[in-house]
Design a protein around this ligand. Sequence first.
Ligand SMILES: Cc1cc2nc3c(=O)[nH]c(=O)nc-3n(C[C@H](O)[C@H](O)[C@H](O)COP(=O)(O)OP(=O)(O)OC[C@H]3O[C@@H](n4cnc5c(N)ncnc54)[C@H](O)[C@@H]3O)c2cc1C
Length: 461
Amino acid sequence: MSNGRMKVLIIGGGFGGLFCARRLGRVDVDVTLLDRAAGHLFQPLLYQCATGTLSIGHISRPLREEFARHRNVRTLLGEAVELDPGARTVTARRPDETTFTLDYDVLVIAAGMQQSYFNNAQFAAWAPGMKTLDDALSIRQRLFTAFEIAETLPPGRDRDAWLTFVVAGGGPTGVELAGQIREMATRTLANEFHSIEPEEARVLLCDGGDRVLKSFAPDLAEKATRTLQKLGVEMRMGVHVTDVRRDGVTVTPKAGGPDEVHAARTVLWTAGVEAVPFARHIAEVLGAKSDRSGRIEVDPDLSVPGHPEVFVVGDLVGRDKLPGVAENAMQGGLHVAACIRRELEGKPRRPYRYRDLGSAAYISRGNALLQVGPVRVAGFVGWLAWGFIHIAFLTGVRNRVSTVATWLATIARASRYHRAFMLGSDSMPEQRYTWSAWDAPTPPPEVQPGPGAGSPDHTPR
Ligand SMILES: Cc1cc2nc3c(=O)[nH]c(=O)nc-3n(C[C@H](O)[C@H](O)[C@H](O)COP(=O)(O)OP(=O)(O)OC[C@H]3O[C@@H](n4cnc5c(N)ncnc54)[C@H](O)[C@@H]3O)c2cc1C
């Protein structure tokens, strides 16, 4: 502690980190919130951004703006790359690849999960996941470009491949994306092309299970399946996508039988998640146990065993099979803030108790599922409830108002007002600011390691 005030360092400004920092904004501590993105992202509406209904501004809010009125909370842009538990420091990387060091008395890890390709990282080149704003914009670019390219091709296999979309993963995100692509093709784009019929676009939804939406009750999942089929989504259940290439996918039936090869120029991956690299590094240096996906085992108060000064919240928590949902992250963030406040008051910490407030999934226009304990709602009522919940939790009043206005406009007319996309270029100077150089086998030479940064080999990527 310096100046008598406890220093709390929060890694990640997603739901867990945001709620923790907000609550600590009213506590006598100094808070640093570090995120590799400059804004809080409302992941549940990412697919609407990817498919052109909402803009990136609707679903994200600058962390700096969010905490402008909290004098004891500072927000920093940087990617945490190394923890030194002895010195109680975290080394972070700036977007220009240089590093800086932050110290802490209490560390809160709220860095979330990333897409998992199940040891097939090469699939990512052809099949973007959906976890970040970059992912959403990349998907938007691929979807709309596919129709544009098809328009310029003569009828035939090549054109059909551009009009075939494969979505891997039948969870809520896969279902939402698959439904939206068909809606886009049949409503928004239907009358805009001359050479192709966008309605003929095929959307294949692939999943290893025997049904979509396994986290929902079977009767709700059944209703969702019927709605998707009515929309024209082709359901391929009981299969694994075993190869993704530039020009298509190979699908292997789980029950045996011959592989299927589908020519498709757009493949989207929502099939699994794993801990972000920094979380794996944390587990290693703290000697903490983690599960196969990298979720960190924690004590009942959400602290890492043997390290009461380090907490884990949100999707990264490996305890009691807590679900990877926003509500768990928000409650976890508030719980950790309460632990810190109680400690300052000389009171003992309480164990974390998660209250399940239910889940919702969008299926199509006017149709969503809501499941709260024994209450199960589908169809239009589910859709209204879904809309209300999402607006309630969207960050920022301006975002809420403009999202509702955009939804109403989209319902009234089939248009998607935010379908603009960029084609990108290797020579775009801003591409430097993507941390992408660190994905390459050889790290760039100009890095100046901060105290405790160690060699670039330590970089948990
Ligand atoms: C497409 C999609 C749809 C979803 N829909 C729903 C839904 O409808 N309902 C629901 O309840 N849940 C939904 N979820 C799940 C929900 O969004 C997550 O459970 C929730 O975001 C987890 O919160 P978190 O704080 O643990 O992590 P996140 O919200 O993922 O935040 C993690 C933050 O950490 C940052 N970060 C990562 N690594 C580093 C690092 N090394 N250094 C600095 N910062 C770092 C990231 O930039 C990010 O801002 C959805 C998720 C996705 C991807």
